[in-house]
Design a protein around this ligand. Structure first.
Ligand code: BEZ
Length: 229
């Protein structure tokens, strides 16, 4: 079983942009792999259209996007016209990310992306809606696994990328429903809180334990703007 923090397995696959070696395609970027049950299905079409619209947000975060659906590359090319239409994009625009073909579900089985509760017309379990986030060191950092019947929330996907990238650079963790601009929590492993910048607020709790330590998002605090007395 693949565990968070493991090296994400490399694979080679045919895609709408030719044969892709996952590691080479990723280069030094973050990467996100979205799997889909099938081409020409309504929920998948809304999901990929949302991705087309959100591409600038992924690019801003240095995240490359790749999708996978079990049908053929020719089918993906045909389907991508519908996706662009639903996204409100021009048919002249290049489709902004590759879609992998996985006709025999080989990658889907290898990465545990199967929904046994949803069968296709040949009684084969469909590919689930998986999300895998891989960092620039090819480490597997996050997964979400949704059944075929439930479309994913792409605002949440951008939110977790923001959290992963912030927490990689600072000794903080993000609380429930955190979003950019909100306070963050200081990591339990941080013993010395004096001199922490931005300053830490320790919240008094009934237990008397001093673990609930909040601070401003360090990336919202530009030292150039500090006003000195
Ligand atoms: C869909 O994308 O609409 C879908 C695909 C497979 C099962 C259920 C829904």
């Amino acid at each position: 079983m693949l565990l968070l923090g493991d090296t994400f397995p490399n694979f080679q696959a045919n895609s709408t942009e030719g044969v892709i070696n996952f590691y080479k395609w990723l280069g030094d970027s973050w990467g996100i792999l979205f799997s889909h049950p099938a081409d020409f299905t309504p929920v998948c079409t809304t999901e990929l259209a949302k991705l087309v619209q959100l591409m600038p947000e992924f690019q801003k975060r240095n995240v490359k996007v790749i999708a996978l659906s079990c049908d053929s590359v020719c089918s993906h090319w045909e389907w991508s016209k519908d996706i662009k239409f639903i996204a409100g994009a021009s048919q002249e625009d290049k489709f902004p990310f590759p879609i992998i073909e996985d006709k025999k579900r080989a990658i889907a089985y290898r990465l545990g992306m199967i929904d046994q509760g949803e069968l296709d017309s040949t009684d084969m379990p469909v590919t689930a809606r998986a999300v895998f986030v891989v960092d620039p060191y090819k480490k597997y950092r996050l997964s979400l696994l949704y059944p075929a019947s439930t479309g994913r929330n792409f605002d949440e996907i951008l939110r977790v990328i923001d959290s992963l990238q912030l927490c990689d650079k600072n000794k903080v963790a993000t609380p429930a429903n955190w979003k950019i601009g909100d306070d963050v929590m200081v990591l339990p492993s941080v013993a010395e809180t004096k001199g922490f910048n931005p300053p830490i607020t320790v919240v008094d709790l009934p237990s008397g334990k001093r673990y609930f330590r909040k601070t401003k998002n360090p990336e919202d605090c530009n030292p150039d703007l500090d006003i000195m007395d």
